[in-house]
Design a protein around this ligand. Structure first.
Ligand code: SF4
Length: 350
């Protein structure tokens, strides 16, 4: 009989497992702590579990992480990991160092159903959602490799639209932020979405103190639809209401990601439209020059153009950060992976 892999199991699920095995519920918490906090997957070494429990577990269960098929490193220190999953599919995870801390960019789906024209993942088609275990597995691999300080921030900006895999994303965030899990504050986690409005409300109401980044990339519905053809159901006016709701619920600003495409969304009219659009939304804006992918009709603007756009925009909005792409030489730059280099902010709570 094939053993069941417990990777990604929540406290509740492990408690239920223990009850099903005829053991007290609290043993589930102990098991959870061994897996995620103490990083022990050998049941025999779980010293506070009686031998009887260890044996029951060993009979039908295992805890196995992801295996890496390929690792690449950029000249700027960014590392990309290609993981093989149990069904032979692949996902990517990117580790972006920045001075003494690092950010990990995790994938939430294999491919993506949203087919955004500028995005490499969008061109792959959609295969399936990742399980909570496959999301957590990306992080555990890095912790095993580099220790507890492998990363300080997590961004759901890798392959896929995380809000279309809402439940598994939430399960994984609960494991990450649990004190007996990965013990990383939810405040260090950013969920990036192209604007799946109902799920933004759901996330705001979840009680999880995560940050929200919305990929805007255009300030009018027409232009946005050119870039992201599948978001017709989520017009900008409603999206701004959802962003306000999230910011109020979390008492924290929302980040708007705005990739600049040469000649498409980088004019003075775009500056005006963008500043009008976000009026009244507690927010900051991240600007990023597009990293062209093969077959894309969009071009990268010059650094001067990006800086000019930032300078024109800043007086009209609360905060602007201009970011530079990282890991471009290893194709880790999905257009959203970024490191800071210029920041303008009228407030201090960044
Ligand atoms: S940009 Fe995001 S939502 Fe759009 S296709 Fe790429 S991964 Fe999917």
């Amino acid at each position: 009989m094939e053993k069941i892999n417990l990777l990604g199991s929540t406290i509740g699920e492990l408690e239920n497992l223990m009850l099903a095995l005829g053991e007290p519920k609290y043993r589930g918490r102990q098991l959870f702590k061994w897996f995620y906090c103490l990083r022990q997957s050998d049941f025999k070494k779980m010293s506070d579990l009686p031998q009887r429990v260890q044996q029951k577990l060993a009979k039908g269960y295992i805890f196995i992480g992801l295996s890496v098929a390929k690792k690449s490193q950029s000249i700027d220190g960014t590392q990309k990991f290609l993981f093989t999953l149990h069904d032979g599919k692949y996902i990517e995870t990117v580790l972006i160092p920045d001075k003494d801390k690092a950010t990990v960019c995790v994938s939430s789906q294999i491919g993506c159903p949203l087919t955004c024209g500028f995005c490499a993942t969008g061109q792959m088609g959609f295969m399936r959602n990742l399980t909570a275990g496959e999301i957590i597995g990306q992080l555990l691999y890095l912790r095993d490799l580099y220790g507890d300080n492998a990363f300080e921030n997590i961004v759901f900006m890798g392959m896929g639209e995380p809000l279309l895999n809402h439940d598994n994303m939430i399960f994984s965030i609960r494991i990450i932020s649990s004190e007996i899990g990965l013990s990383l504050s939810a405040k260090k986690i950013t969920v990036s979405t192209i604007g799946i409005i109902p799920q933004i409300y759901k996330l705001a109401d979840s009680g999880l103190k995560v940050n929200l980044a919305i990929s805007l990339h255009a300030a009018t519905d027409d232009k946005r639809l050119c870039l992201m053809p599948k978001i017709k159901a989520y017009p900008l006016r409603d999206l701004m209401e959802a962003a306000k709701y999230f910011a109020r619920a979390r008492k924290r600003r929302v980040t708007f990601e705005y990739i600049l495409f040469d000649g498409f969304n980088d004019t003075i009219d775009d500056v005006k439209n963008l500043s009008n659009l976000i009026k009244g939304v507690p927010c900051k804006i991240n600007l990023l020059a597009y990293n062209p992918i093969q077959g894309s009709p969009y071009r990268r603007p010059s650094e001067e153009k990006v800086n000019e756009f930032g300078k024109l925009l800043y007086p009209r909005v609360p905060a602007v950060t201009i970011r530079k792409s990282r890991g471009g030489d290893i194709e880790a730059a999905c257009g959203q992976l970024a490191g800071k280099f210029v920041k303008y902010d009228k407030r201090s709570d960044k």
